[in-house]
Write a protein that binds this ligand. Structure first.
Ligand code: SF4
Ligand code: SF4
Length: 354
């Protein structure tokens, strides 16, 4: 950053460089802020005259990626679980999904064997896992996940915002949310971000949009279904044309296409742009999102078939694995980046007003 601050060649690419120029020295919190402001578009690596094999060996995208991981660990709650960020991978994701599925099968075999083995064809999920059990289990896990995510982001925000920081305004928050949802800074200087020198494609951005859109739609589907059940007393299964099923199907398709596209893009990208230590972190989240949506869509299609009971338990096992890894996996990057974008918008508003 000190070399970049003297050079300033890349200042038009993204908000990282203007934010860097607003500083003369760089504390750990400043570096965590800049690291999370970076969208890893790759532009500045290929523009840099000091990139490897130059003796300075400056690789801003990889360096900031390494610093992002350190920031996740630094602010993780509870702190001992910070080590999970470096231990995740495809095998841990699969092991967690299988473990939770096995626990659910064992519990069902003990407590409700008739419903599991009867080969039901009435799509009645709550006959296999009672509604109260489902709400209690996912409510408890979801509550812990929200607490862990909230406390971690709170710690990150407090580090970014020492006394004397620019005030937070609704306008700054709105601007940051807009930037995050449109992935405005992922394109950097060109129409699309780079995956290697002079190789540009929109697929990384589109895959990311499909993943995030799919996630929101699935969340909306679950929320609408909960309102149907709790407020109106309309219990699942819902018709294929009902709002929860339409939202869930669209979200599920987005979460099949998006993570698959991101996985494919990761494999094709120049390795110099990434931190090799985070390969497992990225792949764990993508795999669990993909498995969640595939098992969810299969459950929807086969809900009137005798296999519905076992399929429901497999789907719930995968969802539990996804949930428990959210605060200790790549999912946190969205929240940390949003916090960094909010701070950037507040800093820009303050400097514009001077
Ligand atoms: S990445 Fe390289 S070219 Fe860009 S500002 Fe830093 S030193 Fe200059
Ligand atoms: S990789 Fe892209 S977003 Fe990150 S610092 Fe370089 S130009 Fe900015």
């Amino acid at each position: 950053m000190t070399v970049c601050n003297s050079c300033r060649y890349c200042e038009q690419y993204c908000p990282v460089f203007p934010a860097m120029e607003r500083r003369l020295t760089f504390s750990d919190a400043d570096l965590a802020y800049l690291a999370n402001l970076c969208h890893n578009c790759g532009e500045c690596l290929y523009a840099c005259q000091y990139a490897p094999p130059h003796e300075f060996g400056i690789d801003v995208p990889r360096t900031l990626a390494e610093l992002r991981l350190l920031s996740y660990e630094e602010d993780c709650w509870p702190r001992p679980l910070a080590q999970a960020f470096r231990r995740q991978g495809r095998s841990t994701a699969i092991a967690l999904a299988l473990g939770f599925t096995a626990i659910l099968f064992a519990a069902s075999a003990l407590l409700n064997p008739a419903a599991l083995l009867s080969g039901r064809s009435d799509a009645d999920f709550y006959a296999v896992v009672p509604h109260g059990v489902m709400v209690g289990l996912f409510g408890a896990v979801g509550g812990f996940v929200l607490l862990a995510l909230g406390w971690s982001v709170r710690g990150f925000w407090r580090r970014l915002s020492p006394e004397g920081s620019p005030p937070l305004t609704a306008r700054a928050v709105g601007r940051a949310v807009g930037d995050a949802l449109t992935l405005r800074h992922l394109h950097a200087s060109g129409p699309d971000c780079v995956s290697a020198e002079e190789v540009r494609s929109p697929w990384r951005r589109w895959s990311h949009h499909a993943t995030l859109g799919g996630f929101f739609l699935c969340f909306a589907s679950t929320s609408v279904a909960a309102i149907y059940h709790g407020v109106f007393g309309w219990e699942a299964p819902h018709a294929y044309t009902s709002l929860p099923v339409v939202l869930g199907t669209a979200g599920g398709l987005g979460l099949v296409a998006g993570p698959a596209g991101q996985w494919w893009q990761r494999r094709r990208r120049d390795p110099a742009l990434a931190d090799p230590a985070q390969q497992g972190l990225d792949e764990s989240l993508l795999l669990l999102l993909w498995l969640t949506s595939v098992t969810g869509l299969l459950l929807l299609v086969l809900r009137t078939q005798p296999i519905m009971g076992p399929l429901l338990l497999i789907h719930l096992g995968v969802v539990l694995a996804l949930f428990v890894t959210l605060p200790y996996g790549k999912f946190v990057h969205g929240l940390y980046r949003l916090a960094a974008l909010v701070k950037d918008a507040a800093e820009r508003a303050a400097s514009d007003s001077v």
